[in-house]
Write a protein that binds this ligand. Structure first.
Ligand SMILES: Nc1nc2c(c(=O)[nH]1)N[C@H]1C(S)=C(S)[C@@H](COP(=O)(O)OP(=O)(O)OC[C@H]3O[C@@H](n4cnc5c(=O)[nH]c(N)nc54)[C@H](O)[C@@H]3O)O[C@H]1N2
Ligand SMILES: Nc1nc2c(c(=O)[nH]1)N[C@H]1C(S)=C(S)[C@@H](COP(=O)(O)OP(=O)(O)OC[C@H]3O[C@@H](n4cnc5c(=O)[nH]c(N)nc54)[C@H](O)[C@@H]3O)O[C@H]1N2
Ligand code: SF4
Ligand SMILES: [Mo]
Length: 909
């Protein structure tokens, strides 16, 4: 057990989940068995709910793999030496080459207080705006779209709108997996009000489609055409709020003119959708006042992301459906503090408190308020340009905080090369090894989620406290403090002498009110001058919170926006031209997320129950493409782009469109041999927002000719020399999927070196090249290796559950080597419910026994009754089993088989 649980810290702490932008309230409780987390019923975002990632938080707070001491090179050093090295490198570069020769690359996973001081240091004291954030890869197009339309980066609505809408249109959002608690709130509202409709606009049929009445599987990046068509349709049908448009907006004529007279046939051609499904969608929007359009990365991460945002907003302006219950455009944020980062000015074109670098008045306000020696006078480098500027020799010192650009930036090999080349690189992280940290000259150990104190803002502008419940481990320090120490060492001690996050928050709150008086949306001056105790006890609160006046609520109900004339702007947008694909790279590469992993897996990768859901990198391919390319169900595939190649498992599914392939971006050099999908992604950006197009790249796909496949379970990670390996965490060890195109000459030798035993229990069928090895010590299984010329047929969930177990009998050992669970222990199949470890086969059996609803499956197996994140998958399984059973009655003989036992990603999800 973690030594820190013996500390004198409180037993029960209210805090906020450190994953997605839903911003769920969490209660951490210390029990005899260690820390437990659960949803906070008093928090308005989640009202007690959590998803699978939130539910597994306690499994991620151990100290294994943590960075605990500052390091220079590979040597542990004192904090003083580390701070001195960073401050020295930055000061020297500034003296010699000027302020624009240094940069920070930060993250929506910093707390507001961390973020605020980083931005203050760069823009007010160093005097450059070269601070950008991974939100550039995430929210920049929404920010730019909001600013074009509203004059400010304002999310008008509240989560209550999800429940109050009659029509919810989800665009480029896999809400079921990426904002699971919002998905649950939406599902519950729909169950309560069956008349409510949900439309999903996504090229893939994701788990979110489970609640959709209509799924529009449009062509990649054809959203502008779809929403321009909608704008025309609304205008034609007279669904226009003339009073609102006349009094509160500008530019409607130009927007309508640009949208043209796109009739259904044109939209159908541009989007690849059928005219009748488009007509149905348009009809529903036209008839439904309470229409809410929720959108996410399928919109933002595009070369036309900002135009997509404005195409959506245009339809809400035309109908006056904004700022009122159940209606409006709603950009959901990704990271826990993506919104807070926008507020503090983390983007290189913003100043703190939603002020603009380009606005001289705002620059004056910031400089005066900070009593700063200087103020950045022009926008700094945006993420993609920043790493390019390193190649050009412009950046001499870079500090990366709470992000892993070597894996998450497009053109990742080139970004990694920049990290290698930059004359000075400091990295603040909580873990000891990432693909970014590997290149750092100075490594700074940051406090992790359970140890940090501060605030975050979620998608509905709700500010919540994150509170520490564990002491700082080793010599780790909170990010705000590391930044302030460096600032002090650079000579600005007075401006950065904060005693704690409450003092930073106070300064920030005061700044938001300076010369504001309603001219800027972001005002939290009502939270200034909180005592330390009041700050500690601060409950969740929605901004705006001006010192006097109305608090929280929706924006724009009064029709007053933040442009000069207070009118909202229609933006005339035109669909992008269809780009011709090079015949060598005929597939559209789409990238994104899976349910139970978070980004580059530095935290979720440690939780065995999360790893079990999708345990290796994969590519979703349509069956017709798989057939043409000769790719079988558990084959490996090479995906190639001009800049790189990955090797991942094929997941053949008709949820994918022909001609497209989807690969998640979670796998890194720590977890797979060649799984970094961003090494393939071109650094193409949206011209307005600078956000990279991460969802539409040209690639080639082909089958990998494996000579052998393997599956291993080991007590501890090891390094491997084979073309394909993918590692996942187990409760008491690790699992590996393996393969190579080179023959394995000596399987027994390979097994001994891998299992680190000379003596193995083994079985080999040399003719068929099947072999199995088990390392058994004192009757307990300490490791195993399965080898085969085909994808290894053994139940992963069953085999991994046996690691560390003692074998009661020789039969049991023999059954294990045969790769089959005994009759007494039916194979659960791939994990669907992470909370109760319920597999797809368990669920299938329950359905065949007559449990044909999600509720009934839950009653008998528990699956889906805790966090509920798997309910969409259970529903999908029920449909597939009942469909197959119906098929059987019609004479088809195929049994429902949800675990082919040949790979670590199930077809079912
Ligand atoms: N489990 C999990 N949850 C997370 C995260 C995580 O890593 N794991 N990360 C968090 C973060 S930072 C973010 S930003 C959010 C992201 O949340 P989402 O945006 O919901 O997630 P993505 O999987 O990136 O992409 C969403 C969908 O966009 C679709 N798409 C691709 N191209 C297009 C297109 O041209 N048009 C349309 N309409 N759709 C398209 C994809 O098929 C995909 O299903 O998730 C947050 N939540
Ligand atoms: N192809 C493709 N690429 C993508 C995306 C995509 O959809 N497709 N999505 C993009 C999006 S939306 C996002 S948000 C990014 C996310 O990409 P990243 O930000 O690179 O992903 P993370 O793995 O969350 O990296 C966070 C790092 O910070 C560390 N960390 C965690 N907490 C703290 C802390 O409190 N302090 C410090 N100092 N460090 C901490 C973690 O250990 C980890 O190393 O990826 C982007 N890249
Ligand atoms: S939905 Fe899940 S990941 Fe997102 S904040 Fe809530 S518990 Fe955390
Ligand atoms: Mo994100």
């Amino acid at each position: 057990m973690d030594a820190r649980s013996d500390s004198a810290l409180a037993k029960r702490v209210r805090t906020t989940c450190p994953y997605c932008g839903v911003g769920c309230g969490i209660i951490a409780r210390r029990t005899e068995a260690g820390w437990r987390v659960s949803g906070d019923h008093a928090h308005p975002a989640n009202r007690g709910l959590v998803c699978s990632k939130g539910a597994a938080l306690a499994e991620t707070i151990g100290l294994e793999d943590r960075l605990l001491y500052p390091e220079i090179g590979d040597k542990r050093v004192s904090w003083d030496a580390a701070i001195c090295a960073v401050a020295g490198a930055f000061s020297d570069a500034i003296t010699e080459y000027g302020p624009d020769s240094v940069a920070f690359y930060v993250s929506g996973q910093l707390l507001t207080e961390d973020y605020y001081v980083a931005n203050k240091l760069m823009k007010g004291f160093i005097g450059s705006a070269n601070i950008d954030t991974n939100s550039r890869l995430c929210m920049a197009s929404s920010v730019a779209g909001h600013k074009r339309a509203f004059g400010s980066d304002t999310v008008p609505g509240l989560y209550a709108d999800f429940e109050e809408a009659d029509l919810v249109v989800l665009v480029g959002s896999n809400l079921a997996w990426c904002h699971p608690v919002l998905f649950q709130r939406l599902s519950a509202a729909k169950a309560e009000r069956p008349d409510m409709r949900v439309v999903l606009v996504d090229p893939r049929r994701t788990a979110t489609a489970e609640i959709a009445d209509l799924h529009l599987a449009l062509k990649a990046d054809s959203d502008v055409a779809l929403f321009n068509g909608l704008l025309c349709h609304l205008a034609e049908k007279g669904v226009v709020d003339h009073r609102f448009v006349a009094a509160h907006t500008r530019g409607v004529e130009a927007a309508l003119l640009e949208a043209g007279q796109s009739g259904l046939a044109d939209v159908a051609r541009d989007t690849g959708l059928a005219a009748d499904e488009i007509a149905e969608f348009y009809g529903w929007v036209a008839r439904t006042k309470r229409t809410l359009t929720i959108y996410s990365q399928g919109v933002n991460q595009s070369a036309v992301g900002t135009d997509k945002v404005n195409a959506i907003i245009n339809t809400h302006l035309l109908t006056g459906r904004i700022g009122k219950p159940g209606r409006g455009p709603f950009s959901v944020t990704g990271q826990p503090n993506a919104m807070g980062g926008r507020e503090v000015g983390g983007l290189s074109n913003m100043l703190a408190c939603h002020m603009e670098i380009a606005n001289p008045e705002h620059r004056r306000i910031a400089q005066d308020f900070w009593n700063a020696p200087t103020i950045a006078s022009r926008p700094g480098l945006k993420a993609v340009d920043l790493f390019e500027a390193i190649h050009e020799g412009q950046i001499k010192a870079l500090w990366v905080m709470a992000t892993n650009p070597a894996d998450s930036m497009p053109d990742a090999y080139r970004v990694e090369e920049a990290l290698r080349q930059v004359p000075f690189l400091a990295v603040s992280d909580v873990v000891s090894d990432t693909d970014t940290l590997r290149h750092a000259h100075v490594r700074l150990p940051a406090a992790g989620w359970a140890e940090k104190d501060g605030t975050v803002t979620n998608s509905e502008r709700c500010i919540s406290r994150q509170r520490s419940f564990l002491p700082l481990p080793g010599e780790a320090r909170p990010d705000w403090r590391i930044i302030c120490d460096v600032a002090a060492r650079m000579g600005w001690e007075d401006a950065f002498s904060f005693a704690g996050p409450h003092e930073i928050f106070d300064e920030y709150a005061r700044m938001s009110g300076v010369e504001n008086a309603g001219s800027r949306d972001f005002d939290i001056s009502g939270l200034a001058a909180l005592s330390e105790d009041e700050y500690d006890c601060l409950g969740p609160v929605h901004w705006p919170i001006p010192a006097d006046g109305r608090q929280g609520g929706r924006f724009f109900a009064d029709g007053r926006f933040f442009t000069e004339d207070r009118k909202a702007c229609f933006i005339a947008v035109r669909p992008p031209k269809d780009t011709k694909r090079a015949p060598r790279f005929p597939f559209v590469l789409n990238t994104g997320r899976v349910r139970d992993h978070w980004h580059t897996m530095t935290r979720t990768g440690r939780a065995p129950r999360l790893a079990a859901h999708m345990a290796e990198p994969f590519a979703e391919l349509h069956p017709a493409d798989a057939e043409t390319l000769g790719i079988g169900p558990a084959d490996l595939v090479e995906i190639t782009a001009p800049r790189g190649q990955v090797l991942v498992r094929a997941l053949i599914t008709d949820r994918q469109k022909p001609g497209a392939v989807f690969v998640p971006f979670h796998w890194t050099d720590q977890t797979a041999s060649k799984g970094r999908i961003d090494t393939l992604v071109a650094p193409l950006v949206d011209p307005v927002s600078g956000q990279p197009a991460l969802k539409n790249n040209a690639v080639a796909v082909r089958r990998f000719a494996a000579h052998w496949f393997g599956f291993a379970i080991l007590g501890a990670p090891t390094s491997l020399d084979c073309a394909y390996w993918a590692q996942s965490t187990l409760k008491n060890g690790v699992a590996y999927e393996l393969a190579d195109s080179r023959p394995l000459k000596d399987p027994t030798g390979f097994a001994s070196s891998l299992l680190k035993r000379a003596e193995l229990v083994g079985y080999a069928d040399t003719a068929r090249r099947h072999s199995r090895f088990a390392a058994i010590e004192n009757g307990r299984l300490t490791g195993a290796l399965f080898l085969s010329p085909e994808p290894v047929a053994v139940s992963r969930s069953w085999a991994t559950s046996l690691l560390g177990r003692s074998f009661g009998s020789a039969q049991e050992a023999a059954a294990f080597l045969a790769g089959r669970p005994g009759g007494a222990r039916p194979d659960p199949g791939p994990t669907i419910c992470a909370c109760f470890a319920v597999g797809a086969n368990d669920i299938t059996r329950a359905v065949t026994r007559g449990h044909c609803t999600v509720g009934s499956v839950g009653e008998t197996l528990g699956a889906g009754t805790n966090c509920g994140s798997c309910r969409a998958e259970i529903s999908r399984l029920i449909t597939s089993v009942t469909d197959t059973t119906a098929g059987n009655r019609l004479g088809k003989t195929e049994e429902p088989d949800h675990d082919r036992h040949t790979k670590a990603v199930p077809e079912t999800v």
